[in-house]
Ligand binder design. Structure first.
Ligand SMILES: Nc1ncnc2c1ncn2[C@@H]1O[C@H](COP(=O)(O)OP(=O)(O)OP(=O)(O)O)[C@@H](O)[C@H]1O
Length: 295
C-alpha cells in the first residue's frame, strides 16, 4: 500500500502560553483533494506551516510524502507546491522574471507552461511584482505553486483576493491537478470553495478537529438561509412545523428561514402562492458548525 501523502498524528502547537493546535490527527491519501476548513484563527495556517517545516510543532509526528518535513530538505520541497496564506512578494522584477527564476530552480518547468497559466488567470507577466495588487500577487503565487506539477499542492486560502470568475478558473486548475494524480491539500473558511473540488474535508475550530466529512454529505446536511418574497402576504402558520425548517420569520410578503437537508416541503408549501423571488445563501462556517455539532 502507498503511504499517505500527509500523515499527522498527535500534533500540538503552542505559541508561548497560547494553544494553537491540540492533538490533531489526519491522513490525506495520494491523489485526493482534501479541504481543510475552519474559521479565522482555527489553526489552519499553523498546521500548514508545520507541514512545510516553516515552524516546528510542540508535539506530534508528521509525514509529508512519506518523509518527516524536518529532515526532507530541498528534495522534499521540490515535490511540493506551496501557496502561503499571506503572500509577500516584493521587488522590482517582473512576474515573468520572478517565475522564470523559480522555474529554473525547479529545473523541470517548460516556459510555455508559465505563459499558459498566466493566460488562464489573466495575469500580465510584464508587470513588476512589487507594484501588483493583492489579487495579481495571488495569481503569481498560484502559478509558482502549480507550474512544476508537484506531487503535493499545499494551498492556504488560495482564492482570497480572486474575483468569482478567477476563482472558478483556479478550481479548474485544482481539478486538473487531481486528474493528473497530484494530491491537493487546501484550506478555506468557506465551504462552497471546497465543495466542488474536494473529496473529503476536515473541520477545525479553536485548534481542534471537529470531524472528517465526506464533502457531498457535508453540503447536503449544511443549513442554508432562505428568503422568499411572495406576491401577496402569507400566513406564518402555513409554514410553521415543516420538517428541516427553523428560525422561521414571516413579515407580510417576506419569509425568512433556515433549512436543513431537503427543501422540498418548504417549496411545496410556498408554491401554493405566487413566488416573486428566492434567495438562498450559505451561512458562514461558524453557523454550519453549530448546526452540525452543536455549541
Ligand atoms: N506567531 C504567532 N504567535 C502567537 N500566536 C499565533 C501566531 N500565529 C498564530 N497564532 C494564533 O494561533 C491561532 C491559530 O492561528 P492560525 O493562523 O493557524 O489560524 P488560521 O485557521 O490559519 O486562521 P487565519 O485564516 O486567520 O490565518 C490563532 O489564535 C492565532 O492568533
Amino acid at each position: 500500500m502507498t503511504a499517505p501523502a500527509i500523515r499527522v498524528a498527535g500534533l500540538s502547537k503552542n505559541y508561548g502560553k497560547h494553544v494553537a493546535l491540540t492533538d490533531l490527527n489526519l491522513e490525506v491519501q495520494p491523489g485526493e483533494v482534501f479541504g481543510f476548513l475552519g474559521p479565522n484563527g482555527a489553526g489552519k495556517s499553523t498546521t500548514i506551516r508545520i507541514l512545510l517545516d516553516l515552524i516546528r510543532p510542540t508535539a506530534g509526528r508528521i509525514e509529508v510524502l512519506g518523509t518527516d518535513p524536518r529532515t526532507g530538505g530541498a528534495a522534499l520541497r521540490e515535490r511540493i507546491g506551496y501557496l502561503p496564506g499571506e503572500l509577500e512578494i516584493e521587488g522590482r522584477n517582473t512576474a515573468r522574471e520572478l517565475l522564470g527564476f523559480l522555474a529554473d530552480q525547479r529545473g523541470t518547468v517548460a516556459k510555455r507552461r508559465i505563459e499558459e497559466l498566466a493566460e488562464l488567470l489573466d495575469l500580465d507577466l510584464a508587470k513588476h511584482v512589487g507594484k501588483m495588487s493583492k489579487g495579481n500577487k495571488q495569481k503569481v503565487g498560484i502559478i509558482a505553486a502549480f507550474m512544476h506539477r508537484p506531487d503535493l499542492l499545499v494551498l492556504d486560502e488560495p482564492t482570497s483576493g480572486l474575483d468569482p470568475l478567477l476563482q472558478q478558473r483556479f478550481l479548474g486548475l485544482v481539478r486538473e491537478a487531481a486528474d493528473n494524480g497530484q494530491t491537493v491539500f487546501m484550506s478555506s473558511h468557506i465551504l462552497s470553495e471546497v465543495q466542488d473540488t474536494a473529496d473529503r474535508a476536515v473541520i477545525m475550530r479553536a485548534g481542534k478537529l471537529l470531524g472528517t466529512e465526506n464533502v457531498e454529505d457535508l453540503r447536503r446536511r449544511s443549513p442554508r438561509s432562505v428568503e422568499l418574497v411572495f406576491a401577496e402576504p402569507v400566513d406564518e402558520a402555513e409554514f410553521a412545523g415543516l420538517p428541516g425548517l427553523r428560525d422561521l420569520h414571516v413579515d407580510g410578503r417576506t419569509l425568512k428561514c433556515t433549512t436543513e437537508g431537503e427543501v422540498d416541503d418548504l417549496f411545496k408549501a410556498a408554491a401554493k402562492h405566487r413566488i416573486q423571488s428566492v434567495l438562498s445563501t450559505e451561512p458562514d462556517l461558524e453557523a454550519i458548525f453549530f448546526s452540525l455539532y452543536g455549541r
